[in-house]
Ligand binder design. Structure first.
Ligand SMILES: Nc1ncnc2c1ncn2[C@@H]1O[C@H](COP(=O)(O)OP(=O)(O)OP(=O)(O)O)[C@@H](O)[C@H]1O
Length: 328
């Protein structure tokens, strides 16, 4: 668990220097995927960098599993954390395999175990180890380099993965694929992930918790549903996007959450795990009012009626007992 206790940060010593962080208190639970979001200069990266002590608080404390981080040796701390940045930061003259193996090497793993780990991670990220392991970073596309960056951050099996705008420079298709991979890794490993982004859709899609920063202060912390359904104030509502909030809410819930029992109808089918947004899109595309829902094995599990998408309590209402987030 990571706790920020009354953390403030002022860069430089000028008496009138603005606070990059202003009395921030925040708890990041083990296994959460916390996304920090906010306007440029709101303090996201500063907050993230305090978790591996690349920045120090001017006042207040950051605590990791009950221990004040300021008292912990920096090297030990950093070896427990994976760090991914937008510019990737691979060593240009080292092969992909050597780049990925850097932390395991520092941890003193035997060479065979490092080689196994490199092969495992390249495979996980859909890069053929025999083809890509020996290449230099410049022989990879931007998306492939970013995959290697994430693989390198995961190589030493860190407790915490820190990601500072990891997908900011990528085109939308590769970005979506990497988002899916991070989500899958998070679900499979239960690691704590803290990510900074500018992209509210990325935050809503990936975050189990979202931290919205505003001029160095926390404007709201909550689940994606809470931010959309109960924004703390008008500025939060503007930030998450008033005009398409209904559509965003639909993306957070599964089609299965509104399934009715019933035999299959003629017409299109969709996995029950697909979002209500995908369901709405499919209904509109086919101009029909029902959708057959399928389980993971492709068997019929129920029917979604278009009317249920509209004739129901507010989607974001957490009182709805059948409301299930499709994320996390
Ligand atoms: N090394 C530094 N020296 C001086 N001021 C800094 C430094 N790093 C950040 N700042 C200032 O601190 C404030 C917060 O910066 P930070 O990088 O944390 O914001 P951010 O929300 O991550 O911004 P962006 O989205 O633009 O990356 C900004 O006003 C910034 O100018």
């Amino acid at each position: 668990m990571i706790e920020f206790k009354n953390v403030s940060k002022t860069y430089g010593h000028a008496p009138d220097a603005p606070k990059a962080l202003d009395d921030v208190s925040l708890t990041i639970g083990r296994g959460e995927l916390v996304v920090m979001i906010g306007a440029s200069g709101s303090g996201k990266s500063t907050l993230l960098k305090m978790i591996n002590r690349m920045e120090q608080p001017s006042s207040g404390t950051v605590v990791l599993d009950g221990q004040d981080m300021a008292q912990m040796p920096v090297r030990d701390l950093r070896l427990r954390m994976g760090y991914v940045i937008q510019s990737v930061g691979l060593f240009p003259h080292w092969t992909v395999a050597r780049n990925i193996g850097v932390v395991p090497t520092m941890l003193g793993w035997p060479p065979e175990r490092i080689a196994e780990r490199v092969t495992e991670l390249l495979t996980l990220f859909d890069l053929d180890p025999a083809t890509y392991g020996p290449r230099l970073p410049h022989q990879l596309s931007g998306g492939q380099q970013q995959r290697v960056g994430v693989a390198r951050a995961l190589a030493g099996d860190p407790e915490v993965l820190l990601m500072d705008e990891p997908f900011g420079a990528l085109d939308p298709l590769i970005r979506a694929a990497l988002q899916d991979e991070v989500k899958r890794i998070h679900q499979a490993s239960g690691k704590t992930i803290v990510m900074v982004t500018h992209d509210i859709d990325e935050a809503l899609r990936l975050g189990t918790q979202i931290v919205l920063l505003e001029q160095g202060r926390i404007a709201q912390v909550g689940t994606p549903l809470a931010l959309l359904g109960q924004p703390a104030n008008d500025r939060v509502a503007d930030f998450v996007g008033r005009s398409d909030v209904g559509i965003k809410l639909l993306s957070l819930q599964s089609a299965g959450s509104l399934a009715r029992a019933g035999v299959a109808q003629t017409g299109p089918s969709l996995p029950a795990s697909a979002s209500l947004r995908e369901a709405l899109s499919t209904l509109a595309l086919h101009g029909c009012d029902t959708l057959n829902l399928l389980d993971d094995a492709g068997a019929h599990t129920g029917v979604l009626h278009a009317a249920d998408l509209f004739n129901r309590a507010r989607v974001g209402d957490p009182q709805r007992r059948d409301a299930r987030a499709t994320h996390g």
